[in-house]
Ligand binder design. Structure first.
Ligand SMILES: Nc1ncnc2c1ncn2[C@@H]1O[C@H](COP(=O)(O)OP(=O)(O)OP(=O)(O)O)[C@@H](O)[C@H]1O
Ligand SMILES: [Mg+2]
Length: 1107
């Protein structure tokens, strides 16, 4: 099971003690051991009350993640393990909620992690404060000001690869909601000497290396720079590259940051031009030149570099050259120009480089401030973050260390003041009696340095301003006089004889007993550095530059604003700015982060006790704990205290109903804690000794274990019981479900049986009903049938009756009529004659006839002789009349028809009639001929030239001209002949030649024989003894037999007035020469088609097979 870790107090899972105030016993060793123990467990933060001690881990720890930020957000300071976030959160919340301006003072020596700490604070505040596009931009600008300032103000030193070479104080401004509005950065004393000279193993400011590594070739060319570091005298060569630092990448970061902060492109360009100019200044070298007047003079060795600088900065080359060769001193309207020797020229060059760079740095800060300053004028809440150089004790300590240590003295003082003040205020607030606390107040040291009359800084200024020869030694002498008696001032030459024999103190040095330890200062360079002199010629030359940024950096070079007053010395400037800073800090609620460096090797996991011990001493941390513990070591509001320890007492466990304070009182009484060990404040309990607290903690731990056992027991009991109850409940549920299920089954079974029974019953009932219905239907049908029969019978009976009645009525009517007739006749007999009946009969008959004829008139059929229609006969007695009438009508219409004929038509019809009389019903060929018109001349004898001869031979009118087959008498074979019939003759001629073969006068033709069948054979019998008869009778065959026979008959009749005998018989005799041959027609096969075949059977028989 994952371990649930919910911390409610810093005392939970504590390694060592999280708050040094609780350290028992309290001494240097236990203090260091506690830090070491925590450091070894990656606990780099430890509290002294509300002060955070931070030990540089020199490696990245996973304790700055967004999750951690969330964890510390809105939690009370002592709720979680010590962390810089807890301090940041506390500061931010009291700024936001209680409207108290805050300052976060981060101190520690170089490399202890101050700058990192300040960034952590800023990033925490940025993460927890308000969000939104505008706010985010402000945050981003504030955060991005760091890389810019670090590039220009940080350098690799022996102690720190990213050492801040300036002091920085940044005010972050918030609105009433706690959203950031902007910020103001103040910078303190840049270590500008580094520009021209770096100690061994150290580097110049990062930006020089970054430009050379990261800028593009094009950009470098523009800046007239070369990539090679060794080309530049100002860049120490031995450690140009730093492990783990990518200068090129950092350059890009810086440019990007400058863009985010709001630098214009031309501004960035100008800044880099100045940096390039500084770098190139270092390459200007001088050589000595003697002048006639014996004065030493210097000359620039190679003017090329100077020329490039001038091009870069827009300065007139001659002006700059002169500024490097002469120095003009103005006093009371007098101008005196002196030449500079080589050393002085180098001094001037370096001074210019340092000034140019340090002023550029200050300008950068001002420019950043311009960008990040709050845009509104509303009242702001302020959180100041001070990242200032820590106490420095080197082997050779100079003016810079003096200044820095002075600053640290001031900070210590404010720390003591504020801590004590706060402590005192809390006691008063809580109503606890204030007991005086003994502590060392370093005000006396501050006084030694900053006193306006006798302070060391005042002394130095006096020396600098004093006319006459002023050296560092004269300054030391002065110090020896003035400060000799001061407790914290030590010098060999002072009047105070204490140090006369102290060989550890050289003659050229003085020593100050700072609160953090003794520091020995070399006086060499104090005066110069304090003066911070830049020859006026140089500043004027710079002002003349055609480069707006450089011009702006040297306003004093403007001849119009010439100021003969000396500029304030570096010392006094610093003193003033420190005083302002102190004033500023005093108005705010201080939060301290005291950074400690665990080793000199910049290495992780190494804890150098001696080194840490030294830092603890000079940071005065033990003092700090003592001050804090002077009254009561531990304090806690009543509620969390009661909440934490309530289990130690029956009355307060598990719930205390009354006020928390009463609860704590009951609790402490119960536990028998001696009364002097604690005190009740208004809202907090104050515990004098940490031992008491630890005793409480031990008891709590013990009790927690018991409680855990108890909870375990109860939990197990509860679990088992819950399990049991659950099982029971389950059992009940299962049982009920089972019962439900079985009842359901049973019910379903009963239901289905009931349905079966029901269905059987319903079936039976239905069948019964069906039977009944069928019976009923049959009954109904039977009834219907019976009824129908009955109705039939009835109807028939009725019909019969009606018929009978009708008959009767008719009979009655007839009888009645007869009777009436009889009566009438009897009555009227006397009026009629005896034959009246006959007349009536005749009259009626006439009337009927009349009607018949009139009707016939209308019904008369068409006049066509072949129309067979004839209306039906209306009266039986008109049978014969009707037939007669039909005959008459037919004859009449035939006559009508005939009357229309022309003579020619008449002739044709006469012929046809003749043919009919001759052949109708006698010859089978006849019916086919009825429709054929008789043409007679089938051959055009007169037209065809072939028959010209024949025509000429026959001068009579030709009645028939036709081709016939002449049957050979000998073999019965046929041969074509032209058959001609004229008025008097019958002629046979050759078909081809037209030569007449036979000519028979009609008078010689006795008979024509033919069969009754459907053939065209005919025999022309000739008169015995006639000329033509010598060859015998002709046996011919023609398609127009009927016509030929008819015409032959008619012509013979008209010429000879004798009827030609036409014999129709299937067997007749023909005279062939002397023999009589019988021609016999038989029914033949149809193998030759419809053509009859003729065969001579023997002498007496010629057989014609007719199909
Ligand atoms: N909390 C930390 N976690 C990890 N590394 C750290 C932490 N604090 C500091 N360091 C490491 O120590 C180095 C030095 O820290 P930093 O620059 O903050 O020191 P400093 O106190 O500002 O020194 P100086 O006075 O020289 O500016 C950092 O570059 C970083 O590598
Ligand atoms: Mg720093």
């Amino acid at each position: 099971m994952a371990k649930m870790e919910v911390k409610t107090s810093l005392l939970d899972d504590m390694i060592g003690v999280g708050d040094m105030v609780l350290l028992e016993p309290l001494n240097e060793d236990s203090f260091i051991n506690n830090l070491k123990k925590r450091f070894d467990h990656n606990e780099v933060y430890t509290y002294i009350g509300s002060v955070v001690i931070s030990i540089n881990p020199y490696r990245s720890l996973p304790i700055y993640t967004p999750e951690k930020v969330e964890e510390y957000r809105n939690r009370n300071f002592y709720e979680l393990s010590p962390h810089i976030f807890a301090l940041s959160d506390e500061a931010y919340r009291s700024l936001r909620d209680q409207d108290k301006d805050q300052c976060i003072l981060i101190t520690g020596e170089s490399g202890a992690g101050k700058t990192e700490a300040s960034k952590l604070v800023m990033s925490y505040v940025a993460a927890v404060c308000g969000k939104g596009a505008e706010v985010n931009q402000v945050k981003e600008q504030l955060l991005q000001s760091n890389p810019v300032l670090e590039a220009f103000g940080n350098a690799k030193t022996m102690r720190n690869d990213n050492s801040s070479r300036f002091g920085k104080y940044m005010d972050i401004e918030f609105d009433f909601k706690g959203d950031p509005l902007g910020g103001v950065i103040s910078n303190y004393l840049l270590e500008k000497s580094r520009v021209v000279k770096q100690p061994r193993g150290e580097r110049n400011f990062h930006i020089f290396y970054q430009i050379l590594s990261g800028a593009s070739e094009e950009f470098l060319c523009k800046l007239k720079l070369e990539r090679d570091f060794s080309r530049y005298n100002y860049l120490g060569l031995d450690s140009a590259r730093v492990n783990g630092v990518d200068d090129a990448a950092n350059f890009r970061t810086v440019r990007n940051a400058m863009q985010i902060v709001g630098f214009m492109d031309h501004e960035t360009q100008s800044v880099f031009e100045v940096v390039a100019a500084v770098l190139k200044l270092g390459n200007i070298e001088f050589k000595p030149e003697s002048r006639a007047n014996g004065l030493d003079e210097s000359k620039i060795k190679d003017k090329n570099e100077l020329k490039e600088i001038c091009e870069l900065t827009g300065i007139d080359q001659s002006v700059l050259e002169r500024a490097f060769s002469f120095r003009t001193v103005e006093a009371k309207q007098e101008k005196v120009s002196t030449t500079l020797n080589v050393a002085q020229a180098y001094y001037a060059r370096d001074a210019l480089a340092k000034n140019l760079y340090s002023r550029l740095f200050s300008w950068l800060v001002t420019r950043i401030n311009e960008s990040i300053k709050a845009q509104t004028k509303v009242r702001k809440k302020v959180m100041g973050v001070l990242d200032i150089y820590g106490f420095e004790i080197f082997e050779d300590n100079s003016f810079e260390q003096f200044i820095i240590n002075y600053c640290n003295e001031k900070l210590q003082q404010i720390f003591i003041e504020l801590t004590l003040k706060e402590e005192q205020e809390e006691y008063i607030r809580e109503g606890i009696e204030w007991t005086h606390i003994e502590y060392f107040n370093n005000a006396i040291i501050c006084d030694l340095i900053e006193n306006n009359q006798t302070g060391i800084l005042a002394m130095l200024d006096e020396e600098c301003l004093r006319p006459g020869t002023v050296t560092d030694d004269t300054f030391l002498e002065k110090l020896n006089q003035v400060c000799a008696t001061h407790q914290h001032f030590e010098s060999r030459m002072s009047k105070c004889s204490r140090f006369l024999n102290d060989t550890s103190l050289p003659h050229s040095c003085f020593r100050i007993q700072h609160y953090a330890g003794k520091v020995m200062y070399q006086v060499e360079g104090f005066v110069d550095k304090n003066n911070d002199l830049l020859y006026r010629d140089l500043s004027q030359a710079m002002w003349k530059a055609n480069h707006s940024l450089i011009k702006a950096l040297f306003p004093e070079g403007n001849p119009a604003k010439i100021n003969l007053k000396r500029p304030p010395t570096a010392g006094s400037q610093f003193k003033a700015s420190v005083a302002t800073l102190m004033k500023n800090l005093q108005t705010k609620n201080p939060n301290y982060i005291r950074c400690i460096k665990p080793n000199d090797k910049k290495a992780a996991h190494i804890f150098n006790e001696a080194l840490v011990c030294h830092q603890i001493r000079y940071l005065g941390l033990l003092e700090n704990v003592r001050v804090r513990r002077a009254g009561y070591a531990f304090r806690q509001p009543y509620e969390p205290c009661l909440e934490r320890y309530k289990m130690l007492c029956k009355q307060t466990w598990p719930h205390w109903r009354g006020p928390a304070r009463a609860g704590v009182e009951v609790l402490f009484n119960e536990l028998r804690i001696p009364e002097e060990e604690f005190s009740f404040g208004r809202s907090k309990i104050f515990i004098r000794n940490p031992r008491t607290l630890f005793k409480l903690e031990d008891l709590r731990k013990q009790r927690l274990e018991d409680l855990a056992t108890l909870i375990g027991k109860i939990y197990r009991g509860w679990k088992c019981r819950t399990h049991f109850l659950l099982m029971k409940k389950c059992q009940v549920v299962i049982a009920s479900w089972y019962r439900r299920y079985s009842q359901q089954k049973k019910y379903q079974k009963i239901k289905s049986s009931a349905i079966t029974v029901q269905s059987y019953i319903r079936g039976w009932k239905a069948r019964k009903l069906l039977r009944e219905l069928k019976h009923l239907k049959r009954c109904n049908e039977a009834a219907t049938v019976i009824a129908a029969y009955w109705h039939g019978t009835q109807a028939r009976r009725e019909l019969k009756r009606l018929k009978e009645e009708a008959r009767r009525k008719h009979a009655v009517a007839v009888i009645w009529a007869y009777w009436l007739g009889l009566k009438v006749r009897r009555e009227y007999r006397k009026f009629f004659r005896a034959n009246a009946g006959r007349k009536i009969y005749e009259f009626t008959l006439q009337r009927i006839m009349q009607k018949y004829f009139l009707e016939m008139k209308n019904k008369i059929p068409s006049l066509s002789p072949i129309d067979k229609n004839w209306p039906a006969r209306p009266y039986l007695f008109l049978e014969s009349t009707h037939k007669e009438l039909k005959r008459i009508f037919h004859l009449w219409r035939c006559k009508k028809y005939r009357d229309q004929f022309t003579d020619q038509q008449k002739l044709i019809y006469e012929e046809k009639l003749e043919a009919s009389e001759l052949f109708k019903d006698k010859k089978a060929l006849y019916p086919a001929s009825v429709g054929q018109p008789f043409q007679g001349a089938y051959l055009e004898i007169s037209e065809n030239p072939k028959y010209k001869k024949l025509k000429d031979a026959v001068d009579e009118k030709i009645i028939i001209a036709e081709v016939v087959n002449k049957i050979n008498r000998a073999n019965g074979k046929a041969a074509s002949r032209i058959f001609l019939l004229t008025k008097n003759n019958v002629l046979l001629a050759d078909q081809k030649s037209g030569t007449i073969k036979s000519e028979v006068p009609l008078g010689d033709v006795t008979k024509v024989s033919m069969s009754s069948q459907n053939d065209g054979f005919f025999a022309v019998h000739l008169k015995e003894g006639s000329e033509a008869a010598s060859k015998g009778d002709f046996l011919l065959s023609s398609d127009h037999l009927i016509e030929m026979a008819t015409k032959l008959y008619r012509t013979t009749l008209s010429q000879t007035k004798q009827k030609l005998n036409i014999e129709i018989s299937d067997e007749f005799l023909v005279q062939f020469k002397q023999d009589k041959v019988c021609v016999k027609f038989i029914q033949g096969s149809q193998k030759n088609g419809n053509i009859p075949t003729c065969k001579r059977k023997n002498n007496r028989l010629l057989e014609v097979a007719v199909p």
